[in-house]
Design a protein around this ligand. Structure first.
Ligand code: ADP
Length: 258
């Protein structure tokens, strides 16, 4: 009830949360959730108190990415207590589903669920709340960024033209609602073989070009990396590895520091 009346009045912050960072992408499959999870881990490693809210009701991945299948409890105020992993507070539809059955809800209900995830969760005191937005730039995404006071957005894209076109749409969606773009992250930028040769499977230089066109920083170029995928599947994000021991972990640490 409270959430919906707040929503009508425009953007509002979440009590106790200092900064809300949205991680978005124009299309699915570009690695948005992987980036959101690793960014959250990297921020936590730098000493910040971090929450990660999976706003993708239809394809929640945060539970998998953190290897947690606990069921959240409610506190005495009827707020959901987030699941904790590696010092992060996590909330995802994935924690609430009995099995892995798909969520079937229509737009307005989806919006209401998401509002609940943001506002009826005991986030406590956080330096950063990272929002893993659903892919795309439809109504659900727009409602989230219109009603929550998002401090900045990170756009994830691959260097492929098709992904870049959609990344542009994401950038203009945030512009419409006056959310500053913190920058682009080019994911799956290349694959480097054991001999150090780089293969640009999705094209070369797309992220650099696009960042220049959009006049936003290119925060990182993340290669296609089997360990990043494996550790995501295993619930132990690659950013948990010390930065000095893994280039992808180092890249996320750099973004977190910036
Ligand atoms: P999205 O949230 O954009 O749909 P995901 O984060 O779920 O994308 O990633 C899609 C797939 O690609 C997952 O299987 C993930 O493990 C894999 N993936 C993402 N980024 C990388 C990367 N840099 N290297 C290798 N695999 C990756």
């Amino acid at each position: 009830q409270g959430a919906s009346s707040e929503a009508l009045q425009g953007k509002s912050s979440i009590p106790g949360v200092k900064r809300i960072i949205a991680v978005a992408s124009g299309k699915g499959g570009v690695g948005k959730s992987t980036v959101a999870a690793n960014l959250a881990v990297a921020l936590a490693k730098s000493g910040a108190k971090v929450g990660l809210c999976d706003c993708d009701l239809y394809g929640p991945s945060v539970a998998q990415l953190f290897g947690s299948h606990e069921r959240p409890m409610a506190n005495e105020r009827d707020e959901i207590i987030p699941i904790e992993a590696y010092g992060l507070k996590l909330m995802s539809m994935g924690f609430l589903l009995e099995d892995r059955s798909p969520v079937i809800v229509r737009g307005p209900m989806a919006t209401r669920y998401t509002q609940q995830f943001l506002r009826q969760v005991e986030w406590g005191e956080l330096d950063y709340l990272v929002l893993d937005l659903p892919p795309g730039t439809g109504d659900i995404q727009l409602t989230i960024v219109q009603t929550v006071a998002v401090d900045g957005a990170v756009i994830v894209t691959t260097p492929q033209e098709m992904a870049l076109i959609d990344a542009r749409k994401a950038v203009s969606m945030f512009a419409k609602v006056n959310v500053p773009i913190l920058g682009l992250i080019e994911n799956m930028a290349w694959f480097e073989c054991d001999h150090g040769q780089r293969y640009y499977l999705f094209g070369e230089g797309g992220g650099v070009r696009e960042a220049a066109i959009l006049n936003v920083p290119l925060l990182a170029q993340i290669p296609i990396d089997p360990q990043t995928r494996e550790r995501g599947d295993a619930g132990t994000p690659v950013a948990l590895i010390p930065a000095a021991e893994h280039p992808v972990s180092a890249a996320f640490q750099e973004v977190a520091a910036a």
